[in-house]
Design a protein around this ligand. Structure first.
Ligand code: DUC
Ligand code: ZN
Ligand code: ZN
Ligand code: ZN
Length: 464
């Protein structure tokens, strides 16, 4: 089966041009003109943009609290054809085995887009670290540690992060960190609760910006001492982003991403009455508007490489899960849905508002995430030989973000009521049309694990 996408404007991370794209089977076979003779079917993309399927490098289909094994149809209708899913290491199971188990239980026969898997070390011991060199055998080239959660089994102290960095650098695995100072947060939470400050508006006070900046800086110093690359997930503010910017200027391989919500929502949302603020509880917290504005500057200038959704539709949603913290903000499970909305939000509030160009949009939403995950150029690119994961994007569509039109399988949307401009009109995945005008046309099991290659983007200059 061959399909010709004709008359569209192709947008890549570096340029924009008019040409037709020929899909043969699962791959892009040719780009140019005069390809009609090779096509069984022609799809007209006049007036539309044609860009690579989105790569959402960071989300949680199995959240920390329970193993939900969410479905990925929402990703597809939102134009995202590859998701970077963080695999929680279950208790008593080795790091490598956690990937094998998850692939069997949650990916094979279930995935509706492709998955690239990241490990999460829930048991930061030498036994787990000794598995790191074997992760590429199961297609994993990135492993995350949490600096943020004092008292939890998975809380990674500096010694364990340093050891993980030393081991990972030798085998091309990137260490990712959730960087917040756990001790300070612990003190702040206790002080706020003791003073009777239990409401959602206190959440951001309990996890201040400098907690994140300090932990980011500490992680960067550890990366320098281990001479290893580092990737900081969900950077939310200027102070933390500047730590990474300065490190990069010095030649340290320290990179970061931000997320849709940090570019579009500020900390005022936590003050909403009737416990509505709980919908906006994510870790790290939403920040003041000046940081939101700065993050756009940071992605425009390449100080922050990519935008993920950090989709985490906590099981039980707002009605049940979030309400566990009705009398204590620290008990609200952090996270918000968003995999379906990422491309549309970044287009509407980035490209349409003149904050980033269309090429930068493709760079931060598709190409860089694929490079970070070690799956480029199979993913994240419109080029001959790449997977035929293609979005035909209608820039004239006007709509509204809402949980009602969402396939997130939860009961709220953090972007509820926001205006939407532009839409992934047709989404091709491995050469098949899997979504059209917000409807999922694909099937369970069409997706598979994409094997991440070690020595990805973060290793530039570090390969030994
Ligand atoms: N970190 C994440 O990246 N997602 C959800 C919660 C968290 O702590
Ligand atoms: Zn779904
Ligand atoms: Zn995190
Ligand atoms: Zn996350």
């Amino acid at each position: 089966m061959s399909i010709l996408i004709k008359n569209g404007t192709i947008v890549t991370s570096v340029n924009e041009y008019k040409a037709d794209v020929l899909i043969e089977g699962e791959k892009i076979a040719a780009i140019g003109t005069g390809l009609e003779g090779r096509a069984d079917q022609v799809v007209d993309a006049s007036g539309k943009y044609v860009f690579p399927g989105g790569v959402d490098e960071h989300l949680h289909y199995n959240s920390f609290s329970s193993l939900g094994y969410e479905t990925s149809d929402a990703a597809a209708v939102g134009g995202t054809t590859t998701v970077g899913d963080f695999v929680v290491q279950p208790k008593g199971i080795g790091l490598k085995d956690s990937i094998i188990k998850y692939k069997k239980e949650a990916v094979e026969g279930k995935a509706m887009v492709d998955y690239v898997l990241h490990g999460i070390i829930m048991d930061p011991t030498d036994q787990s670290f000794n598995d790191i060199p074997f992760m590429p055998e199961v297609g994993v080239a990135s492993v995350k540690l949490f600096m943020a959660y004092k008292g939890m089994d998975y809380y990674a102290t500096d010694d364990s992060i340093f050891k993980a960095l030393q081991i990972a650098k030798k085998c091309g695995v990137t260490i990712m960190v959730h960087a917040e100072n756990a001790d300070i947060i612990d003190v702040k939470v206790k002080q706020l609760l003791a003073a009777g400050k239990t409401g959602t508006e206190n959440f951001s006070l309990s996890r201040p910006i400098l907690c994140e900046a300090e932990a980011t800086s500490r992680a960067v110093y550890m990366a320098k001492m281990a001479n290893a690359p580092l990737f900081v997930v969900h950077v939310t503010n200027r102070a933390a982003a500047e730590v990474l910017r300065e490190a990069r200027a010095e030649g340290v391989q320290a990179f970061g991403e931000t997320c849709t919500h940090y570019l579009s929502l500020n900390d005022k949302n936590l003050e909403k009455p009737n416990f509505e603020g709980a919908k906006y509880v994510c870790n790290p917290p939403l920040r003041p508007q000046e940081d939101v504005d700065y993050l756009w500057e940071a992605i425009r200038n390449g100080w922050i490489l990519a935008v993920s959704s950090d989709h985490c539709a906590v099981i039980g949603g707002f009605a049940i899960a979030k309400h566990r913290g009705i009398n204590d903000f620290s008990k609200i499970p952090p996270g918000a849905p968003g995999v379906q909305d990422r491309l549309h939000m970044i287009w509407t509030y980035g490209v349409e508002k003149g904050k980033i160009s269309r090429t930068k949009f493709v760079d931060v939403c598709c190409t860089k995430p694929a490079k970070i995950c070690g799956i480029y150029p199979q993913k994240g690119e419109i080029d001959v030989g790449s997977d035929a994961d293609i979005v035909i994007f209608d820039p004239d569509y006007k709509g509204v973000f809402s949980n009602e039109t969402s396939l997130h399988d939860t009961d709220y949307n953090a972007f509820e009521g926001f205006e939407q401009i532009g839409r992934a009109e047709k989404v091709f995945f491995r050469g098949n049309l899997v979504a059209e005008n917000g409807k999922f046309l694909g099937k369970e099991g069409q997706g598979q694990q994409v094997m991440a290659k070690p020595y990805g983007l973060c290793y530039d200059g570090f390969r030994e």
